[in-house]
Design a binder for this molecule. Sequence first.
Ligand SMILES: Cc1cc2nc3c(=O)[nH]c(=O)nc-3n(C[C@H](O)[C@H](O)[C@H](O)COP(=O)(O)O)c2cc1C
Length: 344
Amino acid sequence: MTLTGKRILLGITGGIAAYKAAELVRLLVKAGADVRVAMTEAATRFITPVTLQALSGQNVWTDLWDARIADNMGHIELSRDRELILVAPASADFLAKLAHGLADDLLSTLCLARRCPLMVAPAMNVEMWENVATARNAETLRADGVVISGPASGGQACGEMGMGRMTEPADILADVEFFFQPKRLQGKRVVVTAGPTEEPVDPVRVLTNTSSGKMGYAVARAAQEAGAEVTLISGPVSLPTPAGVARVDVRTAREMFDAVKRTQSRPTFSSRWLRLPITASSIRPARKSRRRTAAVFRSNSKRTRTSSPGWRRCRKGRSASASPRKARSWASTQRKSARARTFR
Ligand SMILES: Cc1cc2nc3c(=O)[nH]c(=O)nc-3n(C[C@H](O)[C@H](O)[C@H](O)COP(=O)(O)O)c2cc1C
C-alpha cells in the first residue's frame, strides 16, 4: 500500500464534485492512509457526513463550535497530527478564503492554523475558474506554496464545456502519492520503453508479442513519483498514461528504436539518462508482402513457435537478435514457402 500510515485531513467544500469525495476517501483508505474528514456547511448539502464517516471509519467534523474535542480547540487540534491537508473539491469560494487568510468556519480555520502542507483540487464552472479573481487567487495560493491538483477540462455538470472539472479521484490519489514519495530521481531524465511492437507482414497480418506493457508503465510511474522527468515510449496498449509522464506512441520496433534515439539526442545539460528497455519484437520480416497470406501463416503457426531459431532463443531467455542472421534466414525461408502457397 502506497500511503500506509500517512495521516491526511480531507476537506470537502460545497460543489457538485463533492460526490466524488466518497470515491477519493475509499481510494485513500485502500492505499493505507488514515483519513480524517472535515466538511463545510455547503458540502453537507451535496453529500452527507454519514457516507464519509462510513467510508473513512472516523468521525466527520463540520462545526467550528463542536464540543467533542477537549478545550474546544478542534480548529487547531484536528490538523496537528496530520501530514497533509487535502481539500477536494475546493470551491471558488474556498480558494478565495484561502488566498486571503479568512477563517470563518472549521475547515478554513484548520487550513489557516495548519503546520502541514496543503493541497487543493479546484472544481467549478468554467467561467468561475477563468474569472480573473479566481485566477488571481490560484496564483496567490501557488506562490504561497499550496499544491494545486488540476482542474481538468471537459463536460461539466451545468452542461457547459471547459476547464474547471475536478481531477478524477484516481488522479488526485496519484498526486498525493507523488507528494509523499522521496524525490530520489530529482533532476534526472528517464526513458522507458514498454508494451509490444508489431511488425507488419502483409496488409492484414502482424508479427507481435504478448507484452502487456504493465511493467513498463509501473516503472515509468515509479520514476515519475521519484521526481524524474519521464518519457514513456509505448507500443500499442490500452493502459492509461501515468500522471505527469510524457508518452510517445509507436507501433514497430524500428519506430521504438527511432523514438528512443530521438529522445536521447535532446541536450541533457546536467541531468542523466537512465534507459530501461522493457520489450520489443524479436524478429521482423526483411520485406513486407503485398499479398494476403492468412491461410499459410495460420497453418504454419505451430512451426513458427516451436522450430524457429528466433523463438527457441527467446524461450531460453536470450534475445533473438543475438543471431539476427539466423532469424533473418529463417524468416526468409518462411516467406518463400508462404509465397509459394498464397491463395491467388
Ligand atoms: C447546485 C449548486 C452547485 C454548485 N456547484 C459549485 C461548484 O461546483 N463549484 C463551486 O465553486 N461552487 C459551486 N456552487 C456554489 C457554492 O456552493 C457556494 O459558493 C458556497 O458558498 C461554497 O461554500 P464553501 O466554499 O464554504 O463550501 C454551487 C452551488 C449550487 C447551489
